[in-house]
Design a protein around this ligand. Sequence first.
Ligand code: GTP
Ligand code: ZN
Length: 358
Amino acid sequence: MSNKQSELEKLGWNERFERLAALQGESIETVARVAAVDRDQLLLLNDTGTFRAKLSGSYLHHHRRPEELPCVGDWVCVEKGLNDDFGLIHTVLDRRTSLCRKAVGGVNESQMIAANIDYVIVVQSCHYDFNLNRLERYLVMIMEGGATPCVLLTKTDLVEPDVLTAQLSQIRAAGITAPVLPLSNMTGEGIDELKRNLLPGMTYCFVGSSGVGKSTIINELIGGGSLETQGLSATGEGKHTTVRRELILLGNGALVIDNPGMREFGIIGVENGIGRSFVDIEALASSCRYRDCTHTSEPGCAVLDALSAGEVDEEHYKNYTKLKAESEFYQMSYAEKRKKDRDFGKYIKSVKNDLRGE
Ligand SMILES: Nc1nc2c(ncn2[C@@H]2O[C@H](COP(=O)(O)OP(=O)(O)OP(=O)(O)O)[C@@H](O)[C@H]2O)c(=O)[nH]1
Ligand SMILES: [Zn+2]
C-alpha cells in the first residue's frame, strides 16, 4: 500500500472509494475529503493537510440539484497547482452513506447534512429529554441514509437508577437493538466505554436536541488529543473569514463530524407520527376494499380514489407512502431483533449491576 493511500485511510478513505475513483479515471493523487463548506468555498483535507477549494464551473453547470453539491464528509477529486490559492473540484465521489434532513407530512424540503458517516450517535438525556417516538424517527432516518445508529443516554447522574432501567426496557420493548450506552459527563460514567468504541478511520457524528450534552462529549473527546481542529483563514473579496473545520480527527484516529445542521438533524417533522400528520389518509384507508391495502395499486383503494379525484394532495400522499414503507422496513427488523432479546436481557442486568457498583 502506498504511503499516500495509508494517509488517506486515516481520513476514512477505503477500497470502495478507490474503485469509484478508478472508474471515473481519477488518480488517488487528486482526492481529498471535505472538512467544511462555507457558501461557495470548501475546506478540504488530504495527506498534505487542509486547503481551500471551489467547485469548477463545469461541475456547477452539470450538477444543479442541492444534494449534488458536496457536503462535509464527501470525497472529491480536485486539481490544484502549486501556486493556486484554491483547488478546483471537478468530481464528487458517490456517497457511501448520507445524513439528509427532510420533511415528512406535506412540506417538500430536504437538505444534505453530511456524507460518508459510519456511525450516527443519537444523544438523548434521560433527564426530561427521553422520548421513544423521537428516538425511533431518528433511527429510521439514519438507517435510511445507510449509517449505523447508536444511542447515548446522557445525564444519568440526574436520575434514579430505576428511571434509567425503565428507559432501557422501553427501548428494548420497542425492538430497538442499536447499542445503548448510558453516560454522564459529570461522573464520567460511560465516557471510557464511548472512547473505546470509537474506531480509527471511522466517521461519527452526534445528533440530538439542544442541551443534552453533545458539546460536552465532543470537547471531552477532543481534549483527549485532537489533531488540527482549527479552521483555515481565507481572504476573499476583501474579507477575511475563518472557516471552522467540521471534520475532526481525534487523537485515537476516529473522525467526528460536528456541524450545526447536524445537531438539529431530523427536527423537521420528527415529532409527527404516521397517525398524527396523516389522519386524513388513515381515515380514508379504513374504506379500502382490502384490509391490508398498501394504497399503491389495489383495486377499490379509497386513498387512490381520493388522490385521482384531487381530494388528497399528491405530495402529501407520497410522503405518506414513504413514511409507511420506512416504518414497515423498520418493523421487519423487529422480528430479527426479538431473537436478541435474551442478550439484551443480560445487558440490562449488567447495567443494573454497574449501577449498583457490583
Ligand atoms: N448533570 C449533567 N449535566 C450535563 C451532562 N452533560 C452535559 N451537561 C450540562 O448540560 C448543559 C448542556 O450541555 P451541552 O454539551 O452544551 O449540550 P449540547 O447538546 O451540546 O447542546 P447544543 O450545543 O445546544 O446542541 C451544560 O450546562 C452541561 O454542563 C451530564 O452528563 N450531567
Ligand atoms: Zn388503499
